[in-house]
Design a protein around this ligand. Structure first.
Ligand SMILES: NC(=O)c1ccc[n+]([C@@H]2O[C@H](COP(=O)([O-])OP(=O)(O)OC[C@H]3O[C@@H](n4cnc5c(N)ncnc54)[C@H](O)[C@@H]3O)[C@@H](O)[C@H]2O)c1
Length: 325
């Protein structure tokens, strides 16, 4: 199939592109390079440097490519920034997203896999989070992702668009070719690896008095290649016309505490990681883990790569990338 990947030059998008090409799909990457990197786009893929808000250009690119389906990963995705600049998040995640849907309609593309987020749930009353739990986002990032998910439902009703939204928390790890290169970096695993590499003096643990097994917050981490596999499976499932569904992706089990992540990075890198403990941050729930039961039953997806592989792959990629750069 010919698949357009918005945000395909970003962290997760670049690994999704790899997975699609491994499966024999032809790929068009649509990315404005606001956060992405042109060098992640494989030579065999087409690249269009377009902002999603430019609906006419996106429609033209989709039509010219003969696009059969879209995987939509382009977004602004920093929680703190979304609280400080909600307008940017509405403009990009909702405005850009709707422009994409209209462009798809113009190009007669009726299938979309959407990279949503488990931030749509806010601070859930129970764990692990299931798809039928209330969606009460606590920041504009989660709110705008949920708004786009809801738009998908209305587009299904009005135009027969088929969609699957994937809701997950923390992507981590790397493929042999692509890893995490965010600026600023806000994700725990790359930050701890930077401390291991001596690029950061220490790691701050925000709160060690939570009611968890070691007092630090528990979170879900999924290997980026497992996420890519979920996106490809969702794409295959869209063959069934007119579906509009959301699935959670979780790492399974009890998740990992911040201290467990730091210990795992120490074990993989064999380096010291100085830590500092600071007070809890407002709005940080003790535990956030998603249940993957539904996507396991429906699409046979289960995370395959344990924490050690996540950290080992991210570390190798970081060392290789630093050397190459
Ligand atoms: N990284 C995570 O842990 C995580 C967790 C849950 C959900 N997600 C979602 O997955 C997706 C990818 O995340 P990521 O970490 O790879 O982010 P990223 O910032 O690395 O990638 C996003 C890409 O989208 C591009 N982009 C943004 N706005 C655009 C626009 N208007 N037009 C064209 N291109 C645009 C950027 O240049 C970038 O290459 C996002 O939608 C994010 O919300 C990420």
């Amino acid at each position: 199939m010919r698949v357009a990947v918005t945000g395909g030059a970003g962290y997760i998008g670049s690994v999704v592109v790899e997975a699609l090409m491994d499966r024999g799909h032809q790929v068009l990457v649509i990315d404005n390079l606001s956060k992405g990197h042109r060098d992640t786009v494989p030579r065999d893929a087409l690249f269009a440097d377009i902002d999603l808000i430019d609906q006419a250009k996106v429609a033209c690119a989709l039509a010219e490519f003969g696009t059969g389906a879209v995987i939509h990963m382009a977004a602004s995705s920093l929680v703190g920034e979304s609280v400080a600049s909600p307008g940017k998040y509405y403009a990009n995640n909702v405005g850009g997203g709707i422009a994409l849907l209209e462009a798809m309609r113009a190009a007669s593309v009726m299938r979309i896999v959407f990279s949503s987020t488990a931030a749509v749930y806010g601070e859930p009353a129970k764990q692990p989070i299931e798809e039928h739990d209330p969606t009460v986002p606590t920041n504009p990032y989660g709110e705008t992702k949920l708004a786009f998910e809801r738009a998908l439902r209305w587009f299904a009703g009005a135009h027969g668009l088929s969609s699957i939204s994937l809701r997950y928390f923390n992507a981590a790890g790397a493929s042999a070719l692509n890893g995490e290169r965010h600026d600023p970096e806000t994700h725990l695993i790359p930050l701890v690896l930077q401390a291991a590499a001596g690029e950061r003096q220490s790691i701050t643990i925000f709160g060690d008095d939570y009611p968890t097994r070691d007092g630090t917050c528990v979170r879900d981490y999924i290997h980026v290649q497992d996420l890519a596999d979920a996106h490809v499976r969702a794409l295959d499932a869209l063959d069934r016309a007119g579906i509009c569904r959301a699935y959670n992706l979780g790492c399974g089990g009890d998740g990992y505490t911040v201290k467990e992540i730091i210990a795992a990075v120490r074990a993989v890198t064999d380096r010291e990681i100085p830590i500092e403990v600071a007070p809890r941050r407002p709005g940080d729930p003790a535990v956030l883990i998603a249940s993957s039961a539904r996507i396991g039953d429906d699409l046979g997806w289960r995370p395959q790569r344990p924490l050690h592989d996540i950290i080992d792959s991210a570390w190798r990629w970081m060392l290789h990338h630093r050397k190459a750069g």
